[in-house]
Ligand binder design. Structure first.
Ligand code: ATP
Ligand code: SF4
Ligand code: MG
Length: 329
């Protein structure tokens, strides 16, 4: 079956006065239709850079330095400008980080949604586009009277629903959601997540859901890619993340960092240390300066990565013999 999204050894770098920032470093992943895949990692690990690279909206000083990004089998970077304009929003769309401020302040919500329809459907009339906009508002549960509002007249939660509505307007196959609820309070966050789940179930598109909230991602996604210093250090099904066994040491740290509400007292164990400088990455495994299991080999040799069933782990502790994973710790 054709994956909706296929990343093949993708690397992205930023040109900076101090040198090349290796923001995304050789990541591979497949996402199939009707699935939600989570992407988690600390701030600065490269999540947004990867999202922007997929939809081909990288900043001016950024470039895809290696690899291929395919959506429905189509290499996104081989499209010309005109093809890309058609492809974006109809095949792939993105809810950007701090998207709430992404709406045009001087246009009504209706004008902005209508514009999406008209720019992609040459034969659609204004009247038809307005009907479509109204339908879309029903899908995201906003009262259609708000169509004539300006962005500043809506609450944060409603603006975020509008942004999601625009992202799904043209029924894309892949929607990238970059921290879509982070700026919202917990109650609004919950209702938007429920809405996302509900729409996804009906429309069956694939979602790449970017967040640094571990418990939120594991709840929403069926599969999770864990990013550290630009690399996918582990890709696993989210069920496996409910227990600490057989995970990458960084993943274990993330699992430990979740407050254990079942215990008598709440214990939060963070991961000591800071993420590395992406201009001058540590030798060997990038995680070695912070890894409690690091040995001499880790300091010199980048772990190759093992694939076991649906899982992928980049760590020297894991040796694969057939389908069996052996852990030396
Ligand atoms: P957050 O959780 O804070 O959103 P992130 O995982 O999305 O973080 P990115 O925004 O992708 O991280 O940034 C990855 C790395 O690229 C960071 O080290 C960041 O400093 C660097 N970076 C981002 N934008 C630029 C830029 N325009 N020029 C140079 N470096 C950049
Ligand atoms: Fe830790 Fe070594 Fe595994 Fe890296 S390769 S995560 S340093 S044990
Ligand atoms: Mg980000």
């Amino acid at each position: 079956k054709l994956p909706v999204l296929e990343l093949e050894n993708v690397s992205v770098g930023y040109d900076s006065p101090a040198g090349m920032v290796q923001a995304v470093n050789d990541v591979s992943l497949k996402i199939y239709e009707n699935t939600i895949v989570g992407l988690i990692g600390e701030s600065g690990s490269g999540k947004s850079t990867l999202g922007n690279a997929i939809i081909r909206l990288l900043k001016n000083n950024a470039m895809l330095t290696n690899g291929k990004i395919k959506i429905m089998g189509q290499d996104v970077y081989s499209l010309n400008k005109k093809e890309l304009r058609k492809f974006r929003w109809s095949q792939m769309s993105m809810v950007f980080q701090s998207a709430m401020n992404a709406l045009n302040p001087v246009l009504t919500i209706e004008a902005q949604i209508v514009d999406v329809f008209l720019s992609h459907h040459k034969k659609m009339t204004l009247k038809e586009a307005k009907v479509k906009a109204k339908e879309l508002f029903e899908i995201v549960s906003i009262d259609p009277t708000h169509l004539n509002s300006y962005p500043h007249e809506l609450s944060g939660g409603m603006r975020q629903r509008v942004v999601i509505a625009i992202a799904i307007a043209l029924d894309p196959k892949l929607v990238i959601m970059d921290e879509p609820t982070t700026a919202l309070d917990v109650v609004v966050q919950r209702s938007i997540l429920d809405k996302i789940k509900e729409i996804q179930k009906v429309k069956k598109f694939a979602i790449l859901f970017i967040s640094h909230d571990f418990s939120l991602v594991t709840e929403l996604a069926s599969k999770v890619a864990i990013m550290y210093a630009g690399r996918f250090i582990e890709v696993t099904d989210s069920q496996s993340l409910s227990h600490k066994d057989k995970h990458h040491p960084y993943t274990k740290g993330l699992i430990n960092a979740i407050p254990q509400l079942t215990a008598d007292e709440v214990i939060i164990e963070g991961i000591p240390g800071n993420p590395p400088n992406l201009i001058d990455l540590p030798s060997g495994c990038s995680f070695h300066p912070r890894c409690p299991y690091a040995n001499d080999r880790c300091k010199t040799e980048q772990p190759a990565g093992s694939k076991v069933g649906n899982r992928y782990i980049e760590c020297h502790l894991y040796d694969m013999v057939g389908e069996e994973v052996t852990i030396h710790e």
